[in-house]
Write a protein of this length. Structure first.
Length: 133
């Protein structure tokens, strides 16, 4: 929290990762699952996305994926679908840009886009949330 108030770069993304990690650990060890952790993570990730506070451009896609995955886990399919659209738009824009700029990380956006769509298609399969592996 001190880092966030001091506006240290990337502190929100770090905290969001901690919330998600804690949520996963609680689920893995069959402790009381606290959905508030995912809600807090989503708030932080949305702010990271809004501020474009990424160490590198490729983190944008991971942030979008984490928002999508967390939203699906919380049964907020509307929010998940909105962010999948954002990821699709980003992929489309980057595909066009990659034709003139070979440094565009098209593989990264494609990877995260595919993961998000796979998660979306399998969202009713409870085994995708099995963290005890």
């Amino acid at each position: 929290t001190v880092e966030i108030h001091a506006k240290v770069p990337y502190s929100l993304i770090k905290r969001a990762h901690r919330y998600i990690r804690l949520y996963c650990l609680k689920q893995k060890f069959n402790l009381t699952v606290d959905e508030e952790l995912l809600k807090k993570a989503i708030l932080d990730l949305e702010e990271v996305f809004r501020l474009s506070d990424f160490p590198e451009k490729i983190y944008e896609f991971e942030v979008l994926y984490l928002i999508i995955a967390s939203s699906i886990k919380l049964s907020d399919e509307t929010k998940a679908a909105e962010y999948i659209k954002v990821l699709d738009i980003t992929k489309g824009e980057m595909t066009i840009e990659s034709k003139t700029n070979p440094k565009v990380p098209i593989q990264e956006v494609t990877k995260w886009n595919t993961k998000a769509k796979d998660l979306w298609q399998n969202r009713t399969d409870s085994s995708i949330w099995n963290f005890s592996k």
